[in-house]
Design a protein around this ligand. Structure first.
Ligand SMILES: Cc1cc2nc3c(=O)[nH]c(=O)nc-3n(C[C@H](O)[C@H](O)[C@H](O)COP(=O)(O)OP(=O)(O)OC[C@H]3O[C@@H](n4cnc5c(N)ncnc54)[C@H](O)[C@@H]3O)c2cc1C
Ligand code: FES
Ligand code: FES
Length: 480
């Protein structure tokens, strides 16, 4: 059985298919149809709902796309939808602002916008325009009417985040922690199909061994697409989002270790401390809804050639910690990806954590090149870690995505950089060597020739940026 709160109502569910999405549950089982389906693939935000979770003594409100969120992952959380915001018939301040400033146009995307603005209202008392844009980047308005929506969001600045949920926050917190105390783990099942929620690594390993065909699911931002787009019906799903060991972030003097089930949003502040350019790039990975759900372990396990974190982890020389029936193993990340979407992960194994060495002598440059600034997949992602000694390149790792069948290092270009000055002249041989490292393909995102040119130019960009850390002169601030 799983238990969660649907607004203030206690819900127990047991007999449900493991691949039921929250959107499907809302619209068909409980018949609350305010939440809309646009794309069913996490792209448009029409289905945005808010999940409240009891964390560190308070409730944390986060948006997710309900079309790619699996019902089982709600265990121990509060699910809030657009139906729940009114108080005694009066609109929530966020809804009222949208009415007053004419933010609701087509009406279909509006519930999603409202829920994104509601989460912003709960999390940020004085949102800037950048905060608003960040909160709304995953909500598509096809009639391009963003201005009144942004105006509505900005009109709420400083109005105080007090609402019906504030009044019940303490009791909601106790109810959620009570659920997890009573039922730390959970499951749903339907016939011979099941969704399991282990709470520690031993349980997870035992379940993966018991169900060898099971799919491990973390944020489900990728796996759900096989359900909603390819109509696959997995028999067993095992959820990593409650496995304590996989949820930790450990900072030591020499490394930063991030649990595989830590979400992008949850690791942002640690990354910001040690690797600002990585943290900055992450703000362009998917949308806020995707970052609130998607995990580092999922991104690495996916082994997508266009995933955004593997190139950075390659440049940072990360280590992948894996647990399987063989025991615990570690893999340097440059040996982990073995082919298109293939890794060295053993059968019935899982990634426990990703460990990044802290190397203060290295400068990290991270670039994501995509057609749109927000919520878009990379054509090329590049990350360079470079240490200079006496003005010459002494240590270098160049990680790339979008250039080959796997995320990969540019070993020839690295070799060509060693001992050179990190200048326009000094990188010429390395730029040339990139053509030996990679023969990128043409696809919908970019041509192979474009990818190679961009990769070469990004090296130059790093050279130009080394004395211009604010990057202002190089930032694209206006689009035609
Ligand atoms: C709208 C949208 C935009 C996106 N934009 C981007 C983007 O800009 N850049 C980008 O890189 N990605 C993007 N993605 C892809 C996706 O968000 C990432 O790949 C994400 O990191 C996957 O993590 P997850 O936790 O959601 O994984 P899941 O979907 O839960 O799982 C993905 C795969 O990883 C496996 N897995 C998960 N955890 C583990 C583990 N601990 N051990 C072993 N295997 C594991 C699962 O079995 C599954 O095969 C986007 C997705 C969507 C829907
Ligand atoms: S329906 Fe488009 S993001 Fe969910
Ligand atoms: S207001 Fe809905 S698409 Fe623009």
């Amino acid at each position: 059985m799983i238990r969660f709160l649907l607004n203030d109502q206690d819900v127990n569910e047991e007999n449900c298919a493991p691949d039921t999405t929250v959107l499907e549950y809302l619209r068909t089982k409980v018949e609350q149809r305010g939440t809309k389906e646009g794309c069913a693939s996490g792209d448009c935000g029409a289905c945005t709902v808010v999940l409240a979770e009891a964390t560190n003594g308070q409730l944390r409100y986060q948006t997710v796309n309900s079309c790619i969120t699996l019902l089982g992952s709600l265990h121990g959380k509060q699910l809030l939808t657009v139906e729940h915001l009114k108080e005694q018939g009066a609109l929530h301040p966020v809804q009222q602002a949208m009415v007053d400033l004419h933010g609701s146009q087509c009406g279909f995307c509006t519930p999603g916008f409202i829920m994104s603005l509601f989460a912003l209202y709960k999390n940020c008392d004085q949102p800037t325009r950048a905060d608003v844009e960040n909160a709304l980047a995953g909500n598509l308005c096809r009639c391009t009417g963003y201005r009144p929506i942004i105006d509505a969001a900005l009109s709420l600045a400083g109005k105080g985040a007090s609402d019906i949920f504030t009044k019940s926050e303490a009791s909601t917190y106790l109810r959620l922690t009570g659920i997890l105390k009573q039922h730390p783990s959970g499951f749903i099942e339907h016939g011979a199909r099941r969704f399991l929620i282990p709470t520690n690594g031993d349980e997870l390993l035992a379940q993966l061994q018991r169900f060898p065909d099971a799919k491990l699911v973390a944020g489900s931002t990728d796996l759900s697409l096989s359900i909603t787009q390819q109509l696959q019906q997995p028999e067993t799903l095992i959820y990593s989002g409650r496995v304590q060991e996989l949820m930790q972030i450990e900072e030591s003097a020499s490394t930063l270790k991030i649990g595989a089930a830590v979400t992008y949003s949850a690791m942002q502040s640690s990354l910001h401390k040690y690797f600002i350019s990585f943290a900055d790039m992450l703000e362009r990975l998917g949308s806020l809804q995707v970052r609130n759900q998607g995990t580092l372990g999922g991104n690495v396990a996916n082994a997508s050639p266009i995933g955004d974190t593997p190139p950075v982890l390659l440049a940072l020389d990360a280590t992948i910690h894996v647990r399987s029936p063989n025991g615990r193993e570690t893999f340097p990340i440059n040996t982990f990806f073995t082919g298109y979407r293939q890794t060295k992960l053993p059968a019935s194994g899982f990634i426990e954590s990703i460990e990044i060495p802290l190397q203060p002598e290295c400068q990290l440059y991270v670039y994501k090149i995509s057609k749109r600034l927000d919520d878009d997949i990379s054509a090329v992602c590049a990350a360079f870690s470079i240490a200079l000694k006496d003005g010459k390149v002494n240590d270098v790792r160049l990680g790339f995505g979008g250039m080959a069948a796997t995320p990969a290092r540019a070993l020839n270009a690295e070799q060509a950089l060693i001992g050179q000055s990190f200048t326009e002249q000094g990188i010429l041989a390395a730029q040339k060597a990139l053509a030996e490292d990679f023969s990128p393909i043409d696809d919908v995102r970019a041509s192979g020739a474009y990818r190679l040119k961009v990769a070469q130019n990004l090296l130059l960009r790093a050279v130009l940026e080394q004395d211009n850390p604010t990057q202002e002169a190089l930032e694209v601030v206006q689009y035609a």
